[in-house]
Design a protein. Structure first.
Length: 223
């Protein structure tokens, strides 16, 4: 059974954090593991701490979560369309086979979460905090991830196509075998990033070559 407890605070603010948001201050809590099949079109939640909530198979069409905290929640096989999780924090959550379509997760942070078979289609994930996340085998297509914290992220064999990664932190990221075609790789340091076997397009090859200090010219001098 779901229980709401008011006037509670969880966590504190973290100073000088570049990516994501400090831990939101919450004013109420939702406890329970029987929120299966959650449907709340257009509902808005603000400053709520969701603890141990089961969102398996949830169909979230347009719900908005502002500065909420999710701890040990399960989003497995859930679908989120046109929803917003702005400046939210996710700790120890599972997103196995979850799908986010045209969702807004600006400033959201993820800690100790699992993402097997996660699918992201469109939407705005700018300033998201995914430092060190294991995103191997996931699919991210057409999303905006400007200035996202993707340092040390593992994206081996993931599909990351047409993603706006301008200004993102990708130090020590593992992109081996990932399909990166159409994505903005201007923030990628090919020396500090593992990219063996990654699939890129011609324009991306030029961008990476220039990042290595190579001067790329189309004209070939005659012999």
């Amino acid at each position: 059974m779901m229980t709401v407890v008011g006037a509670q605070h969880t966590g504190g603010r973290v100073a000088d954090r570049r990516y994501g948001t400090p831990t939101p201050r919450t004013t109420s809590e939702v406890h329970g593991d029987e929120w299966v099949g959650f449907e709340a079109p257009g509902e808005t939640y603000e400053h709520v701490a969701f603890i141990g909530v089961d969102l398996v198979d949830a169909d979230n069409a347009g719900a908005t979560f502002n500065e909420c905290t999710f701890r040990d929640c399960r989003f497995n096989a859930s679908t989120h369309t046109g929803a917003a999780f702005v400046n939210c924090k996710f700790v120890g959550c599972s997103f196995f086979d979850a799908t986010f379509t045209d969702c807004k997760l600006v400033g959201a942070t993820f800690e100790r979460c699992t993402f097997g078979l996660l699918k992201v289609v469109g939407g705005d994930w700018s300033f998201v905090g995914l430092h060190g996340a294991d995103l191997r085998g996931t699919s991210i297509v057409g999303a905006r991830m400007r200035e996202a914290d993707l340092a040390a992220v593992r994206l081996g064999k993931a599909v990351v196509q047409h993603v706006d990664l301008a200004g993102a932190s990708l130090q020590r990221a593992e992109l081996a075998g990932a399909d990166l075609r159409g994505s903005d790789l201007s923030a990628v340091d090919p020396v500090a990033t593992t990219m063996r076997g990654a699939i890129i397009d011609v324009q991306q090859a030029v961008t990476l070559a220039e990042a290595l200090g190579v001067v790329v010219r189309e004209d070939v001098p005659r012999r």
